[in-house]
Design a protein around this ligand. Structure first.
Ligand code: GMT
Length: 378
């Protein structure tokens, strides 16, 4: 198939997922065209069957806000014509699904199909904003196919937008060979010279990730056992987190590692992953952690319970229950045999339910279904 994939190029989960999907589909012989405002970080090196098309955005004094959606639609039309694309897969509804819809209309007889994958805040945050509601609803209804990354997000979308058409659930996936406890490129002693336990968190430090809670959980753990914390990522809450680390006297024990392209290397160094988010439609990073055999301490919200099995692969508590999350972490870190069983179960869950080899064919089959169907699937 000749497929256009539209995504954000940044370190967020939707961009990572779209890039990994592109690589997986390319490996399976499909011709993939990535359309984005810059090269997604996972696709910087050359990959057979993956072509990158950067969108040019014109700045002009009249445009207080340059109309990216229009530039993207224009680029999609050009790429679709030149490479005879059969399908555009838009990751994240805003504004990618709108641009894909427009491109399809502009191409008319070429019969281009569009698929939209809903990732999370395009529904749960941006989708709640009145300024976007109608356009997101329209795009969900008018895409030829729609997928959501969890059962939770599927139901939430149906309820919130009164959707009657099918939304197919295709879960996030992970390359369990890359995210594996066998990955040895990280030296544990570098962070924990005296055998301290290593907790890890990775996110874009937005308020909904509750990174302050990560530090408070770590502080409680640290009071009972020697431990270190690895914080990966950048974002608006980072300064506040740094301040709290200082106030709690944890500066020697917390490592701010900034954005990292290859989380798997760091995960193989850690003992536990902490994800106390307020919202998480799936929690790709929790899956990557589990694949690396890290039990997860997180919240029982959104799609996380579809990934993390409470009391088996980690502990999930209500949002803000720092005490309980710290207790869960300590329970695991103090009991080697319990920890070992969670570790095995976490890895097994990633392999059995979310391996890329299981999930990528689901996308492939969905593409084929949409291409074979006449009008969009209702
Ligand atoms: O919705 C977002 O926050 C953006 C998105 C991203 O680009 O990081 O994250 C979402 O998509 C991931 C991949 O499908 C999911 O695993 C994340 O749970 C989801 N984030 C949220 O729902 C907060």
């Amino acid at each position: 198939m000749r497929i256009g994939i539209v995504c954000y190029p940044t370190h967020g989960g939707s961009g990572v997922l779209a890039s990994e999907l592109a690589l997986g589909l390319a490996e399976r012989g499909h011709e993939i065209h990535i359309v984005s405002y810059t090269i997604p970080f996972r696709l910087r090196s050359f990959h057979q069957n993956v072509l990158i098309h950067e969108v040019d955005v014109l700045s002009y004094p009249l445009f207080k806000y340059p109309p990216y959606a229009l530039s993207l639609a224009t680029k999609l039309v050009a790429v679709a014509k030149e490479y005879r694309l059969e399908l555009i897969h838009a990751h994240y509804a805003v504004p990618h699904a709108t641009s894909a819809f427009l491109a399809k209309q502009m191409l008319g007889a070429q019969g281009l199909k569009t698929i939209t994958t809903l990732h999370g805040t395009d529904i749960t945050l941006v989708g709640l904003d009145e300024s976007f509601y109608e356009v997101i609803k329209f795009n969900i209804e008018e895409s030829d196919g729609v997928t959501a990354v969890s059962n939770y997000l599927q139901q939430r979308t149906i309820d919130q937008f009164a959707i009657r058409r099918e939304i197919r659930v295709i879960h996030n996936f992970v390359d369990t060979h890359r995210y594996s406890p066998e990955t040895t490129s990280c030296t544990k002693e570098h962070f924990a010279p005296h055998g301290e336990k290593i907790l890890m968190h990775a996110s874009n430090f937005r308020p909904l990730k509750r990174t302050i809670d990560v530090v408070r959980i770590f502080d409680r753990v640290r009071q009972q056992i020697p431990a270190k914390l690895l914080l990966v990522g950048e974002g608006p809450d980072r300064l506040g987190v740094q301040q709290l680390v200082k106030e709690l006297g944890l500066s020697q024990d917390v490592f701010f590692l900034g954005e990292q392209d290859y989380l798997e290397n760091l995960m193989s160094c850690a003992d536990l992953f902490v994800l106390p988010s307020e919202q998480e439609s799936f929690g790709l990073v929790a899956l990557e952690a589990q694949s690396s055999a890290l039990p997860v301490i997180g919240t029982s919200i959104g799609g996380l319970p579809e990934v993390v099995l409470h009391d088996q692969t980690g502990f999930l508590l209500p949002v803000g229950e720092i005490e309980g999350m710290a207790e869960g972490a300590l329970q695991l870190l103090k009991d080697p045999s319990l920890y070992d069983s969670f570790r095995k179960c976490a890895r097994q869950r990633a392999i059995e339910c979310f391996d890329s080899k299981l999930i990528i064919p689901q996308y492939e089959a969905f593409y084929q279904e949409i291409l074979d169907s006449g009008e969009h699937s209702q």
